[in-house]
Design a protein around this ligand. Sequence first.
Ligand SMILES: Cc1cc2nc3c(=O)[nH]c(=O)nc-3n(C[C@H](O)[C@H](O)[C@H](O)COP(=O)(O)OP(=O)(O)OC[C@H]3O[C@@H](n4cnc5c(N)ncnc54)[C@H](O)[C@@H]3O)c2cc1C
Length: 449
Amino acid sequence: MSRLVVIGGDAAGMSGASQARRLNPDLEIIVFERTTWVSYAACGIPYYVGEDVKELRQLQARTPEQFARMNIDVRLRHEVMAIDTSTKTVAVRQLDDGSDAEFAYDLLLYATGARPILPPIEGLDLDGVFQVRTLDDAAAVRSAIGRSPASAVVIGGGYIGLEAAESFHNLGIPVTVLEIAPTVLSRTMDPEMGELVAEQVRERGISVHTDMRVDRIVGQDGRVSAVEAAGSVFPADIVVLGLGSAPNSALAKSSGIAIGPTGAVAVDDHQRTSAEDVYAAGDCTESINRISGAPINLQLGTVANKQGRVAGTNLGGGDASFPGVLATAITKVDDIEISRTGLTLAEADAAGFDAAATGLRSSTGSHYWPRSSQMRIRTVVDRKTGKLLGAQIVGGPGAAKRIDTFAAAMWAGLTAAELEYVDLAYSPPFSGVWEPVNIAARKAAGATE
Ligand SMILES: Cc1cc2nc3c(=O)[nH]c(=O)nc-3n(C[C@H](O)[C@H](O)[C@H](O)COP(=O)(O)OP(=O)(O)OC[C@H]3O[C@@H](n4cnc5c(N)ncnc54)[C@H](O)[C@@H]3O)c2cc1C
């Protein structure tokens, strides 16, 4: 009997293990996961912190017992310390008793995810300073909230930082976001849209400071009390770090598995790494950006699940390929919806396109519909070919999921002019008779040669 070893028991690893099991009932499957959790939704952490989700276990899709019923052997608190691709073995440490053992594999799925980036800021080790990456982090933040903090600071205005800020705000805890870049969401949205988000977030009562380099986190008796940034002091009983994350590729690298230009594990379209019978999927790997053609390390649950399924299909004896990504993402802060797909204008310029961006102010329903809300759409278009390169949306309820229409159009390689006449649905509560996506496409087409 062949043995599949999976390193990492979350989205990519467990999608891969489950899919391999579906295709091959005879495969022995062992999953090593170093935490006490398996198959959990990190995406739900902000909503658990904000108490929309009551119980931590609700964020777990399947338990080890459920996987056992699928004949998948999940071993928690087991960390893979080394991979020997020549002998096809992994060295595994049992973290509770410190014992080490070696396991042979016929097939290996590397699905180690990502780790938070922690710049050398003084005070990161103080009590009350948290990351929001794992369910244990989530539990720790909730328990700190139970001590009735007077104020919170979130360092980093990316989507995870903003979602964390929303959680505190919803609980009535005054919260300040400190962002080093000139706008929030600076890595995913054009500055115009990032500024719009910051402005609207401030209007909801969340304090947002951009161009703020954090100097240090200060405390009293080992507990955080404030964050110092750019000469100002921001009092804080809780600090959440949302400083981005890097792929967990060190173990692969030390085993001689090829790492791509992004620092993540390089894979082909079948999720195969450079080592024989070793596959990789999820936050630790690269994908190909379908618009630029360049490798990208895209850390999203959507991608991790799909790549895991592709890897699992191939590991289970089938044949599947991963078609690449557009980097489509969505979030919300209070009633502000935010989404993006494809390239920002800066990314399109950097990728060598002769790109133009156009903007549209519109509303989510007909102008006379009482519950319509405002919406801004920005599109990025290739001036030469007329093809859509990217889109970003900021608006009220009903706005952001429109990004999926842009994503589908870009996936199919439509020009802006073609999207203008795609037959999209209309009724007053949902859009104007000209759906804003059609109008945004028309404007984008007008910017082409
Ligand atoms: C707060 C937050 C909110 C998010 N919201 C969204 C969202 O709204 N939409 C979206 O698409 N994505 C979201 N994401 C991203 C999404 O959660 C990740 O893309 C997804 O979890 C990646 O899955 P993965 O299996 O590749 O990696 P991970 O979830 O990181 O899992 C990797 C696992 O490998 C284990 N591991 C690592 N090294 C070893 C080792 N050597 N031995 C044993 N085990 C090991 C880790 O403990 C971990 O459990 C969010 C992430 C966070 C943190």
